[in-house]
Ligand binder design. Structure first.
Ligand code: HEM
Length: 492
């Protein structure tokens, strides 16, 4: 007996459900469809079978327990075949190259050298508050610089970079181009014969090949410089140093493995930090509680750093809650189902080769898991009665308390770096400033609205109309920033 089809909204001939997927904030539509059709439903997107997962149980059953079948990535011809040639392993299919690059990257991230990374992250947090003190109105630019610079140190061992540093500018440009291409399907994905048109007659192909050359040159030059320095005995402890002795990857693969970490980690972490600022402006009571713990534990004579991690559970809870409440990727990064055979789940057939989307927003706001206040920003949901961290749905979320780092064999390899970055940056910002809404020319606060989002279909970020104001919490902030930077040989 053959398995029944999966339920799902009915669509039109040929294009299937395409028209129903227009617009933004699709996670709300997917929530409605989950209520109507159940936690695993089917869509046809111009002939492409697509499954949508709407609760933790199905996500775990399929993406974790049957990880061997559910760890591909949806095809994207321009991005994967031409721009990156399968070398950005976060976008690549679940082939041997992905497996080797992922394994080597994880090893390099866990290497002893990684003990150095918190030092880079501590310094970047101080540089961030310095910048916020000088030009607070440019807070989004400062947050972005701090993430990009911190990852240049962690991955390539470079000293802190300014916003205008040529390497930072060049790599940011590559990151934007690669992520934009990865996030959108194009005509050639639906009409693959178009890829046989020669490059001379095909603008997108020439553009994609140019991007490949630019990215290849940059990733190789950054990685080779580390190899050169390491061989000369000038240790620059970073992820790339951890790859030098690796025998499983070629030089090009090492260069693109480190490039992948940069591409996957930079915008993600910056977007997440961007949500923190207006969220704090809306919640002065929560700022106050975090600041009380900072004053009690750290005091006002020095700045917080990653050595304080275990002693600042309230800030740890803030990190978890911002990742849950406004996770920057409401659908994570889609997976795909192996094209070797149809799968059967609870008597229903999952077509081979389907794209697989998890409604991460839906899971992170599930009232059955987070309670009736799931839509509220409340870090205390992660604290027990003693004020210590308590992980909600630990099994389903692999100990994170939310699903924003993804699932199974594709889950984020940089979650440790990301959690530390968010922790120390949030701690230093709250130690230094009160954040509130900016005021207009008449002195009235400009309303903050985080119920609406900018949705670029891959990531979400706050509306630019949200403007926030930073006020120093006490007179000594500037002096302590100067002193902390001076101790590391950096200028104020
Ligand atoms: C707040 C920051 C971050 C968030 C929320 C985040 C989230 C994610 C998510 C949702 C995925 C896809 C998981 C899946 O397919 O199920 C992912 C993949 C990935 N992330 Fe992160 N990430 C962050 C920061 C980082 C950082 C800092 C790095 C590197 C240093 C990094 C490296 C990667 C890589 C390489 C992948 C691809 C894994 C693969 O396809 O095998 N991420 N991340």
């Amino acid at each position: 007996m053959s398995a029944a089809k999966l339920p799902g909204p009915s669509g039109l001939p040929l294009i299937g459900n395409l028209l129903q997927l227009r617009g933004t904030e699709l996670w709300f539509k997917f929530l409605n469809w989950t209520q109507k059709h159940g936690p695993l439903f089917f869509l046809n997107v111009v002939g492409k079978p697509t499954i949508v997962i709407g609760n933790h149980k199905v996500a775990i059953d399929l993406l974790e327990e049957r990880g061997g079948l559910y760890s591909g990535r949806p095809g994207n011809i321009i991005s994967n075949e031409y721009m990156t040639r399968g070398l950005i392993f976060g976008f690549a299919p679940d082939n041997d190259l992905w497996q080797r690059m992922r394994t080597s990257a994880i090893k390099a991230l866990k290497n002893d050298i990684s003990k150095e990374f918190p030092k880079y992250q501590n310094i970047e947090a101080v540089l961030l508050v310095r910048d916020l003190l000088k030009t607070p109105e440019s807070y989004n630019a400062h947050i972005t610089r701090a993430v990009y610079s911190s990852l240049l140190s962690i991955i390539y061992g470079l000293p802190p970079s300014s916003e205008s540093s040529p390497t930072l500018v060049e790599i940011s440009d590559i990151v934007q181009t690669l992520l934009q291409a990865a996030g959108q399907k194009s005509l050639v994905d639906y009409l693959p014969f178009l890829k046989y048109i020669p490059a001379q007659l095909c603008g997108w192909k020439r553009n994609a090949e140019n991007v490949h050359t630019k990215a290849d040159d940059l990733f190789e030059s950054l990685y080779k410089e580390v190899e050169k320095q390491t061989e000369a005995g000038n240790t620059m402890p970073c992820v790339s140093t951890g790859l030098v002795q690796d025998k499983d990857l070629t030089l090009k693969e090492k260069a693109w493995a480190t490039g992948t970490l940069y591409v996957a980690g930079s915008q993600a972490t910056a977007r997440q930090m961007q949500w923190f600022i207006p969220t704090m402006a809306l919640h002065p009571d929560i700022q106050e509680k975090a600041q009380k713990q900072l004053d009690d534990i750290v005091g006002r004579e020095r700045m917080p750093n990653l050595n304080d991690f275990d002693k600042l559970p309230y800030v740890q809870a803030l990190v978890k809650e911002i990742l849950r409440w406004r996770g920057f990727a409401p659908f994570g990064v889609p997976h795909s189902v192996s094209d070797s055979k149809n799968d059967i789940y609870e008597g229903r057939s999952v077509p081979k080769g389907s794209d697989c989307i998890v409604n991460v927003w839906g899971l992170n706001h599930d009232e059955n898991v987070y309670g009736a206040d799931a839509d509220s920003f409340n870090p205390e949901r992660y604290l027990n009665e003693q004020g210590q961290i308590h992980i909600i749905a630990s099994r389903e979320t692999k100990g994170q308390g939310h699903c924003s780092f993804g699932f199974g064999r594709r889950s984020c390899v940089g979650s440790g770096i990301a959690n530390n970055h968010l922790f120390v940056q949030m701690a230093c910002i709250l130690w230094s400033f009160n954040i509130g809404p900016a005021v207009d020319e008449n002195g009235n606060p400009i309303p903050i609205d985080v119920t609406q989002v900018v949705d670029d279909r891959l990531t979400i970020y706050p509306l630019p109309t949200n403007r926030c104001k930073f006020t120093s919490r006490f007179a000594g902030v500037e002096e302590i920033i100067k002193k902390t930077l001076g101790a590391s040989g950096l200028d104020y």
